[in-house]
Design a protein around this ligand. Structure first.
Ligand code: DGL
Length: 292
């Protein structure tokens, strides 16, 4: 192993999202790759990305990625579905040869695995932000793997502030989920009623609302959170490039990787709400305020 190779393996994985929700992806990456250092950036000052135009999302995503690249990373994860859907090719081009992994393709792969046993394509419902649904990035990724799948998308805009507010269960979460799903899956859809085999939570903020979605959708559809499959894709890519951090041969136990956080606004709030997404308290001293 060259000295440069050994140094590259020690670099963190960079992960960015428009805000705090992408911590669900960080969490999955850290669970799977305990030894890896991670550097997370949440562009909280400019959240939401999901209601912005494609041009603005591309510009924001390039700036956020640049900040992580400046700090030196070995791989970039675009944890934000909206930024992946709108800007993945631009990010891959701008930062080549750095590997850049988005969340849409792993989510599409997981959905196709669920419907793989069906004789006909299968029904897949995507819940995302307005921009993710309009970009049809999931539709394209699913159809590339399974051309005969039926894909429908629903923009669930209010789920984002609800998740940030911690309103994840109970009547408000369930009524909101019912309001979004009724025109597609409910009686009001009439002949156009869609019966999904699986529902993709195509937004960083939606996994904590999975229970509310399930309470409306019923037990049939499999609910997919792409965080786990994204973590798998990160492991595959680091293995392929021989970039995984190696165990410390001189010790019996390998120390866990360091997690560091950057935010573009209100570090105390990031720490407080971030703890909910990470399922573990986050010390404000670990969160650094940066501008893009
Ligand atoms: N991170 C965004 C996503 O996954 C949700 C929040 C936003 O709209 O910025 O689509």
């Amino acid at each position: 192993m060259t000295a440069a190779g050994a140094e590259a393996r020690e670099l963190p994985i960079g992960i960015f999202d428009s805000g705090i929700g992408g911590l669900t992806v960080l969490s999955a990456v850290h669970r799977r790759l305990k030894r890896e250092h991670c550097l997370y950036l949440g562009d909280t000052a400019r959240l939401p990305y999901g209601t912005k135009s494609r041009g603005t999302i591309v510009r924001y995503a390039l700036q956020a990625a640049e900040k992580l690249v400046e700090r030196r990373i070995k791989l970039l994860v675009v944890a934000c579905n909206t930024a992946t859907a709108a800007a993945l090719p631009e990010l891959q081009k701008a930062f080549a040869p750095l590997p850049v992994i988005g969340v849409v393709e792993p989510g599409a792969r997981a959905a196709c695995a669920v419907v793989s046993g069906k004789k006909r394509g299968g029904n897949i419902l995507i819940l995302g932000t307005e921009s993710t649904v309009n970009c049809r990035a999931y539709d394209k990724a699913i159809h590339a793997l399974r051309p005969d799948a039926s894909v429908r998308g629903v923009a669930c805009t209010l789920f984002v502030p609800m998740a940030e507010e911690g309103w994840l269960t109970g009547p408000i979460a369930e009524i909101t989920a019912a309001r979004y799903l009724a025109p597609v899956m409910g009686e009001e859809a009439g002949d156009d009623r869609f019966r999904p085999d699986c529902i993709v939570l195509g937004c960083t903020h939606f996994p904590p609302l999975a229970g509310a979605v399930a309470s409306v959708a019923g037990p049939e559809p499999v609910i997919i959170d792409s965080a786990e499959t994204t973590a798998e894709a990160v492991e595959e890519e680091l293995t392929r490039r021989d970039l995984l951090r190696q165990p410390d041969g001189s010790r019996d136990t390998t120390p866990s990787g360091r997690l560091r956080f950057l935010t573009t606004d209100a570090p105390e709030r990031f720490a407080r709400v971030g703890g909910i997404f990470l399922n573990t308290p986050l010390a404000p001293a670990n969160v650094e305020l940066v501008s893009l």
